[in-house]
Design a protein around this ligand. Sequence first.
Ligand code: MEV
Length: 326
Amino acid sequence: MKIKTSAPGKLMLFGEHAVIHQHPCLVTAVDLRIQVSIEKIETPMIFIETPRLHERGQDYSLSINDLFNDQQLHPQTKFIVASIRKVFSKYNLHHGLRIQTSGPLNSYGLGSSSAVTVATIYALINLFEIVLNKQRLFDLAYSAVLEVQHLGSGFDVASAIYGETLFYTPGQEVEILPLEQLPIVMAYSGAKVSTTRLVEEVEQLRSQFPEIIDPVFKSIGNIATSARYAILQNNWSTAGKLANINQGLLESLGVSTPSLQKPIMAARKSGSFGAKLSGAGGGDCMFAIISQETRSKVEAAIENSGAQVLHFAANVEGVRLEIEHL
Ligand code: MEV
């Protein structure tokens, strides 16, 4: 039996960094899907093929008996192996597997780790006919992500599972916003340093100035709450102003860079409602809130500033089963 699943990437809209401290955020799922196919094999081994390994003419294999011994997880397969560990230990499973992932080689920082984790766990639970609701799927996938990277608010895992556009507060029920449209332009500013490092730098700033940084986090959380309301009313001009304020607060945390600021300023000057960076900062993506009349002008201004406009649809479906072969 072979199961194929896919999960979307994500674009953080409002609330990054503050969400680590239990403040709410808004995130939308983007159509940069990672596919995972898994089949049971009789050999007690796990074979994994990923696009990156394939490009280098490599593959990865692990004996089932070593599944829990391998402390040094391989960088290209660590989220997949952590996902198998979680499912096998929770459901007491022990079976050989052949796994193939596919998706773009460059994921622009749009959440390929959470997407591959969610798609792997969803494929495994379908393969072993385990019934799991979305909340339990979240718990399992989030624990797999934490095993690998030790920190993270879980917003990206929630986005890969539920899809669409979410209002997410750690530890609380996810709210799916019933949106008809999300008028944004997203763009890639170039590679960044690791999310872990940026989160740690912000944490250091907070431990040095808690009485200043905690209110910044609180304001960012309030912006996410106000933006939720504005978006539900289709009030894109207010959402744009909130994006600009959120960007100012992220700059105060030291996570913005010239490669992000240039397209953000270009988007603002060319008639968008507002623009900000998306995610941990230090590079990767920014987005602007636009109207259909300003879209092409804003896109051209962003490209002229040196960033690459990405044409992925937003507000798309979460994890899904693609094929099942008996
Ligand atoms: C990174 O995309 C967003 C952060 O808030 C980290 C997280 O929430 O896991 C910086």
